[in-house]
Design a protein around this ligand. Structure first.
Ligand code: BGC
Ligand code: CA
Length: 516
């Protein structure tokens, strides 16, 4: 497996993640929309991003911000129409950009008509669309369940919140009479329907999917053997009908997801990745007084397991975690981006992180966001009303905005050479012109000490070798290095110096140097 070809555009893609509710509202209802995204394509392109991932924009009661789909084939009316989405694909393509939609194959909303049908006592076409035990008195061991809301006698497995019933893709090893196998009629019908969903949007011009909880589909599947087989089957379908479709998994185990035919996977903020050690813990490494060594150890482990393909995308943040700016301040954010934009895999910039948008403290949960709500506030475009996000009355906005007088905004940062956004724009431009820095260049760590600075690694592609040195701490830092240093292709902060086998970098500085 994994001889699959990767769409060429993915090689040097830099993604921008859009939470559609909060990006740009064009009809003054306080909620972002699809035409709002189309309107801002030039802004995204100007930053240097070439691809976009949009969080679910399908019809939904929004109990989990759209991750509870009630119609996979229809854009939620609050975002516009399917035609608006088609136009967005076209406008993106005209600019050489690509768009991934968010596919949520693991569960639906309780309001999905499939689920309404599956609640019924009489057997029908959707009886086996979800996973049900065959008696209300049996709860599915090891899974959460929805119980007592149906005439049907049984408990329904849920995948995430208790209003998100799990679609039935079967059990790798069925152990109870109600547990169907992966090749049972019901499980196969679900799988075929999900292919139809993909077919529908890919035919309309979508370039691929970010797949929600991609590793969760087959149950009783400890090593994901069944889930991998399932995705391999989907890959075969794509190879036949949509060979250029890009697939990025929210899975966090690239050895598994890549086998399943995904092109890339994400480093997750939960599980064993130690990603949070970098930006989101008590002492994050990029806040200047932390430890990156366990992160690096884990990173190398999954890098080796995925045959050094380096296809683990590291996001600046996303709609599920605290804003990067919550714990990493000032110029240290620039150094964090010098890291994010020089690592293998495609970088993902969460909307607003390019201007250092803050986590909005103290918000009441909106649409099942809970603590995530503070990272989902409306984009700050400029200094006009509602920061240019919407002309609706303030009380109608999706969530409250950052109300501080000094809140960052895109327009101000675009006209300031020294802003975070301008720095990110320079970093993306450097990445674009150096293949070694892109997705597939190899990585070798040169220096990573226990609670030590700097962090240094070499990126290599063909004859190009680039040494990256990052020091987000408040002290000068040095490390042993006898590489023969050439031209500096990117620098933030002070200059590095090399002497007697040691390289020294000033406090709060970053640089990329060619190796001769
Ligand atoms: C998404 C979340 C969502 C969950 C359930 C996640 O991994 O990113 O926002 O709540 O899946 O669909
Ligand atoms: Ca709107």
């Amino acid at each position: 497996m994994s001889t699959k070809k990767q769409p060429a555009w993915l090689e040097d893609a830099v993604f921008y993640e859009i939470y559609p509710q909060s990006f740009n509202d064009t009809n003054a209802d306080g909620i972002g929309d699809i035409p709002g995204i189309t309107e801002k394509l030039d802004y995204i392109r100007e930053l240097g991003c070439t691809a976009i991932w949009i969080n679910p924009c399908f019809d939904s009661p929004f109990g989990d911000a759209g991750y509870d789909v009630s119609d996979y084939y229809k854009v939620a009316p609050r975002y516009g129409t399917n035609e608006d989405l088609r136009r967005l694909f076209e406008e993106a393509h005209r600019r050489g950009m690509h768009i991934l939609l968010d596919l949520v194959p693991g569960h639906t909303s309780v309001e999905h008509p499939w689920f309404r049908e599956s609640l019924r006592a009489e057997k029908n076409a959707y009886t086996d669309r979800y996973i049900w035990t065959d008696s209300i008195w049996e709860e599915p061991a090891g899974y959460g369940s929805l119980r007592g809301i149906s005439d049907r006698d049984g408990s329904c497995v849920v995948n995430f919140f208790s209003h998100q019933p799990a679609l039935n893709y079967g059990f790798y090893k069925p152990e109870r009479p109600w547990q169907q196998s992966m090749d049972s009629e019901g499980a196969l019908a679900t799988r075929e329907e999900m292919k139809n969903v993909m077919r529908f949007w890919l035919s309309m011009g979508c370039d691929g999917f970010r797949v929600d909880m991609a590793g969760s589909l087959v149950k009783n599947d400890d090593n994901a053997k069944g889930t991998i087989l399932l995705w391999q089957d989907i890959r075969r379908f794509l190879d036949e009908e949509f060979p250029d479709a890009a697939m990025v998994a929210e899975w966090g185990e690239p050895d598994k997801s890549l086998q399943g035919g995904f092109h890339m996977d994400f480093l997750l903020h939960f599980g064993p990745s130690h990603y949070n050690d970098l930006f989101r813990c008590e002492n994050p490494y990029f806040a200047g007084n932390g430890d990156a060594s366990e992160f690096v150890a884990k990173y190398i482990e999954s890098y080796e397991k995925s045959e050094r393909k380096g296809l683990i995308c590291i996001p600046s943040g996303n709609h599920d975690m605290d804003r990067l700016a919550r714990a990493v301040h000032g110029d240290k954010r620039k150094i964090a981006f010098a890291f994010l934009l020089s690592m293998p895999g495609a970088p993902f910039i969460y909307y607003g992180d390019e201007i250092g948008m803050r986590y909005v403290e103290g918000l009441t949960s909106v649409e099942g966001g809970y603590s995530r709500t503070g990272s989902r506030s409306p984009m700050q475009w400029d200094k006009s009303v509602n920061a240019g996000f919407s002309t609706a009355p303030k009380t109608m906005l999706y969530t409250k905005q950052d109300e501080s007088a000094d809140r960052p905004d895109a327009a101000s940062q675009m006209s300031d050479e020294n802003s975070l956004r301008s720095e990110i724009k320079r970093l993306i431009a450097v990445r674009k012109t150096h293949r070694a820095l892109q997705s597939r260049g190899e990585i070798e760590f040169v220096y990573v000490g226990k609670s030590a600075y700097p962090l240094s690694y070499v990126r290599t592609c063909d004859n190009e070798k680039i040494l990256v040195i990052l020091n987000p701490s408040d002290s000068e830092a040095a490390f042993p290095c006898d590489l023969s240093l050439g031209e500096c292709i990117y620098r933030f902060g002070g200059r590095i110096s090399a002497n007697a086998g040691m390289v020294t970098i000033p406090a709060n500085s970053a640089c990329y140097v060619e190796i001769k």
